[in-house]
Write a protein that binds this ligand. Structure first.
Ligand code: ADP
Ligand code: MG
Length: 367
């Protein structure tokens, strides 16, 4: 009797960013947590010399001959996230084995919870198999896949959070040094994520524009490698020479980095009101200076701030839809969920999905 093929199972989580939005590609600070939803990849050996991909969530049974992968170009399908990773693994000098990757993810796509990084990181582990790379290299190779193959000029936050996530702790990541500090989430607050259930098409082109606008702003500061290196005083002294839009984008990035640092201090002090206040300031900055929010997200934040037990609320992820993250007193979470759901439905005729997330472990082999 033929033996059933041995299946190896890998898991990589999605993430929710507590604060520090659009700072990662400016070499700044972010503070994500890895979450309990993630992407599972079950990998088995196959005879045919190819990588075969199937996904429970996306149609298509896609196959790529092993000898074509090094030179392959973007397909424009979801397979690009995995094949970009495969190419990076080859570029590092590892061999790919003929395999079938069966993908099954519980991260809602395009909601700002990073289904893409969960897919990349779990696929990378599956394709690497017994070939180990340092964890930070794992995050970096996945980021390169998304930037260079998929063509999304993303920072390192999503992949890093998926790799380095830890139970009970947020990760304060310095995106320049790619090192992190673990941050305790004080007792007395739950992280509640509300999905607006909208995703405005503008999203990916606006993301590219923001990356470009930050570069434009940076060109006013010769010798500074990134907006991370520009102080508020320097921005103020240069403001008169800058156009309004790059100035506002730089103001967001510089103040957002400071907010992440202050959020860390507040978290270590167990100062939930201060953490909440910083989240709201972050949202207002993303709304008015960075202009990546949308009416649905603004209404979720404005509504949340009228509900008892809410310390703070902000959009999370790239913007133009997706989720808000809320810091809520545990005793009030049930009432918060009922109230925000009812009021959002009334206003937008959409039922928001609501998730209670606690910080979870990063990517790993399951069995
Ligand atoms: P986010 O990362 O915020 O969820 P992105 O636009 O960056 O949104 O990534 C979403 C894309 O990732 C999907 O459109 C799809 O191409 C790919 N993807 C995510 N999850 C899966 C999955 N389970 N199966 C196949 N492709 C997936
Ligand atoms: Mg993504």
């Amino acid at each position: 009797m033929a033996r059933a093929p041995r299946i190896k199972h890998y898991h990589a989580p999605g993430r929710v960013n507590l604060i520090g939005e659009h700072t990662d590609y400016n070499a700044g600070f972010v503070m994500p947590i890895a979450i309990a939803v993630g992407c599972d990849v079950r990998v088995s050996s196959i005879r045919k010399k190819e990588i075969r991909l199937t996904s429970k969530q996306f149609a298509g049974d896609l196959s790529f001959p092993l000898n074509s992968i090094a030179d392959m170009t973007k397909t424009g399908t979801w397979a690009d996230y995995v094949m970009g990773v495969a190419k990076e693994i080859l570029a590092l000098g590892f061999e790919l084995k003929p395999s079938h990757l069966a993908i099954d993810s519980s991260v809602p796509t395009g909601s700002g919870l990073s289904s893409s990084a969960a897919l990349e990181v779990s696929s990378a582990l599956a394709l690497l198999g017994d070939n180990e790379v340092p964890k930070v290299e794992l995050a970096r190779l996945c980021q390169r896949a998304e930037r260079e193959f998929v063509g999304m000029p993303c920072g390192i936050m999503d992949q890093y959070a998926s790799v380095f996530g830890e139970a009970h702790k947020a990760i304060m990541l310095d995106c320049r040094s790619t090192t992190h500090k673990l941050v305790p989430i004080p007792d007395g607050a739950e992280i509640v994520v509300v999905n607006s259930m909208v995703k405005h098409e503008l999203g990916s082109s606006a993301y590219r524009n923001r990356v470009a606008e930050c570069q434009q702003a940076l060109s006013h500061f010769p010798g500074k490698p990134a907006l991370r290196d520009v102080t508020l005083g320097e921005l103020e002294r240069t403001a008169a020479k800058m156009e309004e839009i790059p100035l506002a984008r730089a103001r967001h990035v510089i103040l957002e980095d400071l907010r992440v640092e202050n959020f860390l201090v507040a978290a270590e002090d167990g100062d939930l009101p201060m953490m909440g206040k910083l989240m709201v300031e972050s949202h207002r900055s993303l709304q008015h200076d960075y202009e990546v929010s949308c009416e649905e997200l603004d209404s979720l934040v404005d509504t949340a701030l009228t509900i008892d037990g809410v310390f703070g609320s902000r959009m999370t992820g790239g913007g133009f839809g997706g989720c808000t993250v809320n810091l809520v007193d545990p005793e009030f979470v049930d009432a918060f969920e009922r109230e925000i759901s009812a009021r959002y439905q009334e206003q937008w005729k959409l039922t928001p999905a609501i998730y209670r997330f606690s910080p979870s472990a990063g990517a790993r082999r399951v069995e």
